[in-house]
Design a protein around this ligand. Structure first.
Ligand code: DAH
Length: 361
């Protein structure tokens, strides 16, 4: 039999000498594998007399452990060194600009919706949604616009073909405003309500200032105490934050909407000097949105007791807000998918609107 001591020296030297993980594996197989040298020695134990067998057996077991430990230690140090080398080689400079240059831009409609949601979101409004294809009842009747109401004429509604050709409350329309989501919100929940509804709306109209598909944001707040003063405060705060002007003049003008009573149209200050529209102080006024106190009939239509609950609502056109804030002159360009236009009017994807980060470029 080989001398255990000599074998230990040889094997440990081989472990030390192994240059890489492959070589180390070879050393392991040659020592501890099925036909390895230590294994071989173990097999020879049967030919020894009992005393010698015990002694040599113990020595071989100890040898086996120490060689296995040496291999593990060497392996760990090789892997550590390999990782260090890789980390050094693959160093990433996180301060380098992104390559290739960022190409996509956020469409101004998306950006403005984000901005509106950011301002009203900090006031506690939550985003709600509803279907683009609505039924007549949610779009009109429940909003206090019954079948014979003249306000229906103003809506240039796209009607979907009705199976029986009749005008009834189940007839489907492309929603003409986001107000039906007020109804859905109130039907499906319990007051208090505080929601904003950004979304697509449709009217059969097309010229320089009208598009058959456009966007609105609706707001609804209902509880037991909300009054017109809250509506005024909320809208003043919202408009000043959205346009980034602390002293933006805001005016409420009596108006009429079937779903609110009283109703008010809201104007902001502007100047039109030299034919150029500028938002802010200037003695002139620009209509910006519709608002009012939710009509008790609307609350009743949603199963809410108008003697207990009251609230306000307002609605605005997103395109109009975008045109005014970012100086987009023509509504139709929003939908032309012209990349040059998008590069000019679009927003970088990391330009996230927030109240603290500011909303203005
Ligand atoms: N739904 C109205 C429209 O499309 C906008 C509007 C006006 C919404 C007054 C409201 C409101 O919630 O109170 O013209």
């Amino acid at each position: 039999m080989e001398s255990v001591e000599k074998l230990r020296e040889e094997l440990l030297a081989a472990v030390e000498a192994a240059a890489d993980l492959d070589a180390l594996e070879q050393v392991r197989v040659s020592a501890l594998g099925k036909k390895g040298r230590i294994t071989d020695q173990m097999k020879g134990l049967g030919g020894l007399d009992p005393d010698q067998r015990r002694e040599t057996g113990q020595a071989l077991n100890a040898l086996k452990d120490s060689v296995a430990d040496a291999i593990d230690a060497r392996k760990a140090s090789m892997e550590g060194a390999a990782l260090d080398a890789r980390l050094a080689e693959e160093k990433i400079d996180v301060t380098l600009p992104v390559r290739p240059e960022e190409m996509g831009r956020i469409h101004p409609i998306s950006q403005v919706i984000e901005e509106i949601v950011a301002v009203l979101g900090t006031m506690g409004f939550k985003v709600a949604e509803g279907p683009d294809v609505e039924d007549d009842w949610h779009n009109f009747t429940a909003l206090n616009i019954p079948a014979d109401h003249p306000a229906r004429q103003d809506h240039d509604t796209f009607y979907l073909p009705a199976p029986d050709g009749e005008c009834d409350e189940g007839r489907l329309v492309l929603r003409t405003h986001t107000s039906p989501v007020q109804i859905r919100t109130m039907q499906n929940g319990e007051p208090p309500f505080r929601v904003i509804v950004p979304g697509r709306t449709y009217r059969c109209d097309y010229d320089a200032t009208h598009s058959p598909m456009f966007h609105q944001v609706e707001a609804l707040m209902v509880d037991e105490k909300t009054h017109m003063g809250h509506l005024k405060g909320c809208l003043e705060e919202f408009l000043r934050a959205f346009f980034g002007m602390d002293d933006l003049p805001v005016r409420f003008r009596p108006s009429y909407f079937p779903f609110t009573e009283p109703s008010a149209e809201v104007d902001i200050g502007c100047s039109r000097e030299g034919g150029e529209l500028k938002i802010g102080r200037g003695g002139d006024w620009l209509e910006i949105l519709g608002s009012g106190m939710v009509n008790p009939n609307v609350l009743r239509n949603c199963g809410i007791d108008p003697d207990k609950y009251q609230g306000f609502a307002f609605g605005m056109g997103v395109e109009r807000m975008a045109m005014l804030k970012y100086g987009v002159p023509d509504l139709r360009t929003f939908y032309e998918s012209d990349l040059r236009w998008l590069r000019h009017y679009g927003f970088a994807s990391l330009d996230m609107p927030s109240l603290t980060g500011g909303l203005n470029r």
